[in-house]
Design a protein around this ligand. Structure first.
Ligand SMILES: Nc1nc2c(c(=O)[nH]1)N[C@H]1C(S)=C(S)[C@@H](COP(=O)(O)OP(=O)(O)OC[C@H]3O[C@@H](n4cnc5c(N)ncnc54)[C@H](O)[C@@H]3O)O[C@H]1N2
Ligand code: MOO
Ligand SMILES: [Mg+2]
Length: 430
């Protein structure tokens, strides 16, 4: 007999999955390999930055007191007693009416408390000795970048869980973190099920289609920060599938399958879960596409049974798998970033379930707008290419009109949200 499935709200489904969140192990990678990874430890400043008082300009370091009384009619003359470029230290102490030619980034010589920009000085030579003169006084502290003015030793810099972007790389380099503690990438097994599938390099036959989901999901795994392990495509043969899933479970941190989760005669995923003794967390979600998304757990490992329909598979991954990966990286904001946008086109289809329309979000005159990115069936693949957001349309008996305010979930963002589901769930009633 056909099993009865009870749809649960999206937020509730995500919550059930997140109960099995885990933190990934740590590893250390060289700084040159850290971009795009997630920091596994808090990093604090081990030095002041700048580490010494330094000059922000090319010019002359002087004792400000010596510039007192300088004016256009009464220029004050300094004897140039040395020159230092960045990377060198002036060894002596600068005395009365003396100046040191200094370059940007060089440490302020002992005795000096101001730097005069080169453009405000006049240089001349007398009997082989260099001099310079200035036509105005300079206060103590003029043009000095003080030690620790940017960052103080001991200050917290970057938190565990932070995405390592090029700016973070610069910070790590500044503080000498040449070996970076990062979270290991969980290994996500990817299996496509379906006797109709041929691989992208193979010729199509009548009734067959290309396996797009496996490749799409592998890219989604990588975008979320994990390592995808492709375990191949399987025919809709129960025994073969059970063996493959059991074997896969030994090799991966979590497993995603696509296809075979609905109620068709060859939809084997529910039977596979039963056969291997996996506990089903839910098998119907009040969302579209992806209502048949099924998630189970065996030995604390999550098995994601995503729909075979490409758009449904894509949405299921981003809503349920992505936050598990981000949580593994210590993120406090593991879910897709939620933002408000103005609907840029009518969406007349009413829906009994919350709909996640694949959309393109873009700024126009300072306002975030979102329009559907193409053909909007669960089976659609073409609308995925231009999708950088899901337009979230809560269930209702009427469609939505251009100009309405909607929530969007952003796909290409690293910031994420802590929990985007609260008021989305509120608008849904079972
Ligand atoms: N009587 C019912 N029929 C269906 C229901 C239902 O509730 N009652 N749910 C529909 C919904 S909603 C969806 S979504 C699909 C889910 O299907 P399955 O997850 O069981 O997936 P399959 O049957 O294996 O395939 C569905 C569709 O997707 C294509 N597919 C499968 N794998 C891939 C792949 N790797 N790459 C590209 N395309 C793939 C497959 O050929 C089918 O066309 O069920 C509805 N039916
Ligand atoms: O699971 Mo289906 O995608 O709701 O159309
Ligand atoms: Mg099916």
């Amino acid at each position: 007999m056909l099993e009865k499935r009870n749809p649960i709200p999206v937020g509730e489904a995500v919550r059930r999955v997140m109960e099995f969140a885990f933190e990934a192990k740590k590893e250390v990678v060289p700084l040159t390999k850290a971009h795009g990874r997630f920091l596994a430890e808090d990093i604090a400043a081990d030095i002041d930055v700048p580490a010494f008082d330094r000059s922000p300009y090319d010019g002359f370091a002087i004792r400000s007191i010596d510039s007192k009384g300088a004016s256009r009619d009464n220029p004050v003359i300094f004897k140039v007693v040395g020159e230092i470029g960045a990377g060198y230290v002036f060894e002596g102490t600068v005395g009365k009416q003396e100046a040191v030619r200094i370059m940007t980034g060089a440490p302020i010589p002992k005795g000096c408390d101001a730097v005069v920009m080169l453009e405000l000085t006049q240089e001349f030579e007398e009997n082989g000795q260099s001099f310079m003169s200035i036509k105005r006084p300079f206060e103590a502290g003029t043009n000095i970048s003080y030690r620790g003015e940017e960052v103080r030793k001991g200050e917290a810099l970057i938190e565990k869980g932070e995405f390592i972007n090029p700016g973070v790389i610069a910070l790590l380099a500044t503080f000498g973190v040449s070996d970076v503690p990062v979270f290991r990438k969980p290994v996500v097994g990817v299996i496509a099920t379906g006797s109709e599938l041929v691989e992208p390099g193979e010729a199509l036959q009548p009734g067959k289609i290309r396996n797009s989901n496996a490749y799409m999901m592998m890219a989604q795994v990588e975008r979320a920060g994990g390592t995808a392990m492709y375990l191949g495509k399987l025919k809709d043969d129960l025994e073969e599938c059970i063996d493959a899933v059991l074997k896969a479970m030994q090799e991966v941190d979590l497993l995603i399958t696509t296809g075979g989760v609905s109620v068709g005669d060859f939809d084997n995923v529910p039977a596979i879960y039963e056969a291997i003794g996996a506990k089903v967390l839910f098998n119907k979600v009040a969302m579209r596409p992806g209502s048949v998304t099924t998630v189970a757990v065996k030995d604390e490992k999550l098995l994601f049974g995503l729909s075979g329909n490409p758009s449904a598979c894509y949405v299921g991954f981003e809503l349920f798998v992505r936050p598990i990966l981000r949580k593994a990286f210590g993120s406090k904001r593991p879910h897709l970033k939620r933002a408000q946008a103005i609907l840029g086109a009518d969406f007349p289809k009413p829906n009994p379930f919350t709909r996640f329309v694949r959309g393109t979000a873009f700024h126009e005159n300072g306002t975030l707008k979102a329009i559907p990115s193409g053909f909007d069936k669960s089976s659609a693949v073409s609308s995925l290419a231009k999708a950088n957001a899901f337009i979230v349309l809560p269930r209702g008996s009427r469609g939505y009109e251009k100009g309405m305010q909607v929530d969007v979930l952003l796909l290409d963002d690293q910031e994420g949200s802590e929990w985007p589901w609260d008021d989305i769930v509120k608008s849904y009633k079972l």
